[in-house]
Design a protein around this ligand. Structure first.
Ligand code: XMP
Length: 512
């Protein structure tokens, strides 16, 4: 049986981050609901338990508690934040209720390194986020680290192998936090560090098979990284029980549909249904100039077309989706954030409930870089795995104002040249996004001796890590020159190319 580290979830956003750190240490972990019985953990072969953080106070009514029997399992336990307070509370120490939260940086002074802090310096910058505080140690424990505000910021009971830390080792702001996690996993629990992406894939395949059984799964393939990796993974697990639907909304980049067909249907032999709805989308968009209205029309039409296509595919029980962990927190935690709205597009507008489909989201616990590793291990080509983001409404928000088929064609041709040059120069993979925008204004130019009155194409290239902020990329002048020259020469209807030098904020990445 493989070694499992159990992460007991008390509702903290950080639980998944802990799981991620454990994966980084090449150890397998499973997240368990806090009501899970200790017996279950034993049956699963758990070799160590992490009690994660949580927003509650241990004194709050209905505060989540673990099964106390997990302290009798004979395996090491590490309590983090809420976890240390639970240990204090449940094992006979004393926790003081606090009226204000300690939030932000602190300095941990390590008194006795022991196994948890082995190899670490005497003092560490750590990240705190807690209300209650441990003020009296439970029997058998001693303090091994202190902070300005707490003499029991880190504690251990070496006999039972119980550890508690008040700070969050899993967050980026804690200096050398991964080493603390690794020390617990390897030094205390004896984990082997042999869990790899391949193991993740195998484990997911087993889980998908067990979940799906003989049913069918439908997945809306967009050609982006997340849905592509989800499709490849689910396909590997259940083969022809998976049907992918790709909607051509007429707002795709040049050659996109062919590429998707070639890769997924021909190469991976996935049952792929391509629905050509481009005429319908363009008809619905006729005369619609307002960006938000355009998005709505595109979103609603997508749901309608997708839903209709499902009927022709036949009965399915599951809707596969490439939801990642950041999508999960975005749409749950940040209620009013427009990002959550963006993501709702992926969720095909309440479709699962209406169609009585269960969701199958094998990437739900992963972060983007991990998804890329999984995609690579599944044999997806680099240009898919490292693809730049592309908005759901596609070129619909890159032709400004009301859209016409001719304008889309001009944009598609110009954009194809930009992509080609970005690829060839190696810049494509260095930036967050690079694309063309069609400006529906005409400007004067000359071709040969003739005056020419045509449209303007803007080039937008940005660097970013999360799309919340972005800076325009300083592409070499020679490259800009080459792109501009090719666009004005090769794309009919364009007389001028401009380069966007706005950052976000105040501008956004897309023009609409
Ligand atoms: P903005 O323009 O808001 O874009 O700076 C931030 C990121 O989100 C993408 N984007 C969208 N993605 N549906 C999507 O799926 C949308 O309506 C949408 N609008 C913007 C944009 O490409 C950038 O990566």
């Amino acid at each position: 049986m493989s070694q499992v580290i159990a992460v007991i979830d008390f509702g903290s956003q950080y639980t998944q981050v802990i799981a991620r750190r454990i994966r980084e240490c090449q150890v397998f972990s499973k997240i368990y609901h806090h009501t899970t019985k200790a017996e279950q953990l034993r049956a699963d072969g758990v070799i160590g338990v992490i009690l994660s953080g949580g927003p509650s106070s241990v004194f709050a009514k209905g505060a989540p508690r673990p099964d106390p029997a997990l302290f009798e399992l004979g395996v090491p336990v590490l309590g983090i934040c809420y976890g240390i307070q639970l240990m204090g509370h449940l094992l006979g120490g004393k926790v003081s209720r606090s009226t204000h939260r300690e939030y932000g940086h602190g300095v941990l002074k390590i008194g006795k390194p022991g196994r948890l802090f082995a190899g670490l310096p005497k003092s560490l910058r750590v990240w705190n986020s807690h209300g209650d505080r441990l003020i009296e140690l439970p029997p058998g424990f001693r303090a091994i680290g202190t902070t300005e505000n707490s003499e029991f910021a880190a504690i251990e009971d070496i006999k039972r192998n119980f550890y508690g830390i008040q700070f969050h080792p899993e967050v980026f702001h804690t200096e050398r936090g991964v080493e603390v996690v690794r020390n617990f996993l390897v030094g205390v629990c004896g984990a082997k560090q042999d869990w790899t992406t391949k193991d993740f894939i195998q484990h997911s395949i087993d889980t998908i098979r067990a979940t799906v059984g003989k049913s069918r799964v439908i997945l809306g393939l967009s050609g982006g990284v997340d849905s592509s990796v989800a499709a490849a993974l689910i396909h590997k697990a259940i083969g022809r029980q998976l049907t992918c639907v790709f909607v051509d909304n007429g707002l795709l980049r040049k050659g996109e549909r062919d590429y998707v067909e070639k890769l997924y249907a021909k190469h991976f032999r996935i049952d792929l249904r391509v629905v050509d709805a481009s005429k319908l989308f363009l008809r619905r968009l006729k005369g619609v100039a307002d960006p938000e209205k355009k998005r709505k029309v595109i979103g609603n039409t997508f749901v309608e077309v997708f839903e209709k296509s499902l009927k022709s595919v036949g009965h399915a029980d599951f809707l596969g989706q490439g939801t990642l962990y950041p999508d999960v927190i975005e749409s749950v935690a940040i209620g009013n954030n427009p990002a959550a709205l963006i993501k709702s597009h992926h969720n095909v507008g309440g479709l699962p409930e209406r169609m009585k489909l269960k969701l199958l989201e094998p990437l739900r616990e992963l972060f983007k870089d991990e998804v890329r590793r999984v995609g690579t291990a599944l044999g997806l080509p680099k240009e898919v795995v490292w693809r730049q983001p592309f908005p759901g409404p596609g070129l619909g928000v890159r032709v400004l104002g009301a859209i016409s088929g001719d304008q889309l064609e001009i944009l598609r041709n110009a954009d194809a040249i930009l992509q080609e040059e970005m690829m060839e120069s190696g810049w494509y993979y260095k930036v967050w996004q690079s694309f063309c925008v069609f400006l529906p204004v005409k400007s004067v130019g000359v071709i040969g001796d003739e005056r020419n009155y045509s449209y303007v194409i803007a080039i937008r290239v940005v660097e970013s890590t999360d799309a919340m902020t972005a800076d325009w990329t300083r592409l070499p002048y020679d490259l800009i020159q080459k792109i501009s020259g090719r666009i004005t020469n090769e794309v009919r209807g364009v007389s001028r190319v401009v380069f966007d030098v706005s950052s976000k904020p105040p501008a956004t990445i897309e023009w609409e």
